[in-house]
Design a protein around this ligand. Structure first.
Ligand code: ADP
Ligand code: MG
Length: 346
């Protein structure tokens, strides 16, 4: 085995997580989302080695130790390593790395620690294999496929594309059909907070159910991203109607929220966040009582413009947007997050 000199240097790859301000369960039907990359990071520090990946995690037990190339990523033990081997499998690389990963994101908290792990892995593997760099969109598409390969969850592109293409100081309006990303500046005096409520439970099977229900609704009325609220009535099943109503109205809320943010009209922006939560709770049924309670509490706090659950649901975090006067001391564990740039290597 030969390890050349340029293979001996330590490499650091890191990716931010993300919080979605508005537009949940819209990405996998090619709809609109408005997330931002946040100043909480997953960092892999490693040395290049041949033919294997050896990785310890500060946040999970058991070391990942797998041979390259990876044949069956979904069978990886420990299970957390699947996100890493999913990326390695798709890249079909033969050079790997030995090192450790740590994160300041909660795991399973709805802030995309999984996408951050995939992106840091992808950047690390490209670097140690001397492969040409990818565009942020190519990186995101690779990592989204890796998540599917690893977990069988048919996730949309939002998480990976946001973590890959974050812009300092801005939220990102993403059209998940055209894949156009447009930064929308967040006013300096507007504060974004996330509050961890509970680890996500049964999230992957319920998520897959919702994806399937949206596909069923589309068989009846065509692409939800193009549908009008009025056409939802033509769906013959009451549950599917509510699912479709959420998606169609949420796409509209994202568009209106983007205009409000650009105009610095935070009252309207907050109102749309509140309406989004109501729709996710009642029509899409992905919230929990604990999340509803946390959202209500935040909404009632003076200085808070609006609050909602964020991410796939069934636990995770809520997000709220406030002015500088908001007293968040009684919102336990609420943390201020700043919009930052995307994943990088050095
Ligand atoms: P989220 O992306 O919202 O945090 P997911 O359920 O999609 O939640 O992904 C969380 C999973 O990703 C964890 O259970 C773990 O398997 C894996 N993971 C993420 N970050 C790390 C890390 N730093 N170390 C080990 N595993 C991680
Ligand atoms: Mg995830």
């Amino acid at each position: 085995m030969f390890i050349t000199t340029n293979l001996s240097a330590e490499v650091i790859a890191r990716s931010p997580g993300r919080v979605n301000l508005i537009g949940d369960h819209t990405d996998y039907t090619g709809g609109m989302v408005l997330p931002m990359a946040i100043d909480r990071y997953t960092t892999i520090t490693a040395n290049p080695i041949a033919a294997a990946i050896q990785l310890t995690s500060a946040d999970q037990p058991d070391k990942l130790n797998c041979k390259l190339p990876v044949v069956e990523p979904a069978a990886t033990v420990p299970a957390w390593g699947r996100y890493v081997t999913g990326v390695a499998h798709l890249l079909q690389v033969r050079r790997g790395f030995s090192g450790s990963v740590s994160t300041t994101l909660p795991l399973g908290g709805g802030l995309s620690s999984s996408a951050a792990l995939e992106l840091a892995t992808a950047l690390m593997l490209l670097a140690v294999n001397d492969l040409p760099s990818l565009t942020t969109l190519e990186l995101a598409q690779l990592c989204r496929r890796a998540e599917f390969v690893a977990t069988d969850v048919p996730c949309g592109i939002m998480d990976q594309l946001t973590c890959a293409s974050g812009v300092s100081g801005s939220a990102l309006l993403i059209d998940c059909h055209s894949l156009q990303v447009s930064p929308i500046e967040i006013p300096h005096d507007v504060h974004v907070y996330v509050q961890f409520v509970a680890h996500r439970k049964l999230a992957s099977s319920a998520y897959s159910d919702r994806v399937a229900q949206c596909a069923q609704a589309e068989q009846q009325i065509g692409p939800l991203r193009l549908a009008e609220v009025g056409s939802v009535r033509n769906i013959d099943d009451e549950v599917l109607q509510r699912r479709a109503l959420h998606v169609v109205s949420e796409n509209d809320r994202v568009r209106r929220a983007t205009v409000a943010l650009a105009l610095q009209d935070m009252t309207t922006f907050g109102q749309l966040m509140n309406e989004s939560h109501q729709s996710l709770r009642d029509n899409f049924e992905v919230s929990t009582e604990q999340m509803d309670e946390a959202v209500r509490h935040a909404q009632q706090t003076p200085g808070v413009f609006g609050a909602r659950m964020t991410g796939g649901g069934f636990g995770g975090c809520i997000v709220f947007v406030a002015d500088a006067t908001a007293d968040i001391d009684n919102l336990e564990g609420a943390m201020l997050v700043k919009p930052v740039g995307g994943a990088e290597i050095n």
